[in-house]
Design a protein around this ligand. Structure first.
Ligand SMILES: *Cc1c(COP(=O)(O)O)cnc(C)c1O
Length: 364
């Protein structure tokens, strides 16, 4: 089979240029006589790769100097526990906005380490809209406020008007951006800490990125495991133990690719266009529908249902034959989901729309 358009929610497709470069230098990186995978993480060659990766990430996200960038193990999920451990003592109150499954998971884990106040409940397991702002109840003594900026399973995204209310509380804001980091430009300085698993918009699985303001470091509770303590990562260039070296290298290639095509601002234009085209097609069709409130539709994960759900299997079989992969929605939400992260070319979205149109005409 030739390369397909892969709409998987994660691990997700990576830019073809990046994959080609990695393949080209797989056996012999930069005339070193070995693969990056085989290199000591302490070698000057590898340190060069690591430093460039961090510098490029800082540049494309315009990360201010008073923030540390750390590269961790354990995915975004390990941060669900690391966040309260680094920022709160047992019994302290912490605020969490509940907008879906990933919020729930963060809340559940944080509840083991702190007293979680749920700022606003989504109302169901898979909310299709952001709870009305008037229902949001922050606690005056919360140590921080946690948000999941993009709920990957439903495709529900917090927008600026939602986030502005959170920022206005004057508390450290902690943001899970696993599925929408670098999809558009953001002002990092509004956040205390941003985290993301790499396998959606950054690179291969096995690496998570934590961007944390320096004044939040050094307060981890006594019993925090060493490898969950942000301070330890910050003081050891994220190399207290052996890092996921190859995943770092590939993430570095993705950052170079973003720079080459014009940075996050340019990517954002493409993302907006891709999402707009797909939602516009779905909205204009009687055959497909999207249940997420229009204002909060995700740019990255576009969910949709077929008017006749009995056709779902046929849709998946035929789309696969057409080279459009992994369109099945998450089992918790059902239906279909097209994840159109940064690496999904515009052509992939056009091919999907064209397929959907032919399918609708065939089975309407
Ligand atoms: C995928 C995802 C996670 C979990 O990431 P892991 O790296 O698998 O732990 C957490 N939050 C969001 C929003 C996600 O999309």
């Amino acid at each position: 089979m030739s390369r397909t358009f892969n709409f998987s929610a994660g691990p997700a497709m990576l830019p073809e240029d990046v994959m080609r470069q990695a393949a080209h230098e797989f056996l012999n990186w930069n005339n070193s006589g070995m693969s990056v995978m085989e290199m000591s993480h302490r070698s000057p060659e590898y340190m060069g790769v690591a430093h460039k990766m961090e510098a490029d990430l800082r540049e494309i996200m315009a990360i201010p100097d008073n923030y540390k960038v750390i590269f961790t193990h354990g995915g975004a999920s390990l941060q669900f526990a690391a966040i309260p451990m680094n920022l709160a003592e047992q019994g302290d109150t912490v605020d969490y906005l509940d907008t879906g499954v990933w919020s729930h998971k963060a809340i559940k884990e944080a509840s083991r380490y702190a007293n979680v106040n749920v700022v606003a409940e989504g109302g169901s397991d898979n909310p299709t809209e952001i709870p009305n702002h008037s229902t949001w109840t922050f606690s005056p003594d919360a140590k921080y406020i946690h948000v999941c900026v993009n709920e990957t399973i439903t495709g529900l995204e917090l927008k600026d008007d939602d986030l502005d209310i959170v920022f206005a509380q004057g508390k450290p804001v902690i943001a899970d951006m696993s599925s929408n980091i670098m999809c558009r430009e953001i002002d990092v300085s509004k956040y205390a800490m941003i985290y993301a698993g790499a396998q959606k918009n950054i690179g291969p699985a096995g690496l998570a990125i934590v961007i944390v303001r320096e004044d939040l470091l050094g307060h981890a509770r006594q019993d925090t495991p060493t490898l969950m303590n942000w301070d330890v990562y910050a003081n050891n260039e994220s190399m207290f133990n052996t890092p996921a070296t190859y995943a770092w290298y590939l993430a570095g290639l993705v950052f170079q690719w973003i720079k080459k095509i014009g940075g996050v601002a340019e990517i954002a234009k493409m993302n907006e266009l891709k999402a707009h085209k797909l939602y516009a097609y779905i909205d204009a069709s009687d055959f497909y529908s999207n249940s997420i409130s229009k204002h909060n539709r995700s740019w990255m994960n576009v969910t949709f249902n077929l008017a006749n759900s009995a056709l779902e299997k046929t849709f998946l079989d035929e789309s696969k034959s057409a080279g459009l992969l992994s369109l099945k929605g998450h089992k918790a939400f059902g239906g279909m989901r097209a994840s159109i992260y940064n690496a999904m070319p515009e052509d992939g979205v056009y091919a999907l729309i064209q397929f959907m149109d032919v399918f609708a005409k065939k089975y309407a």
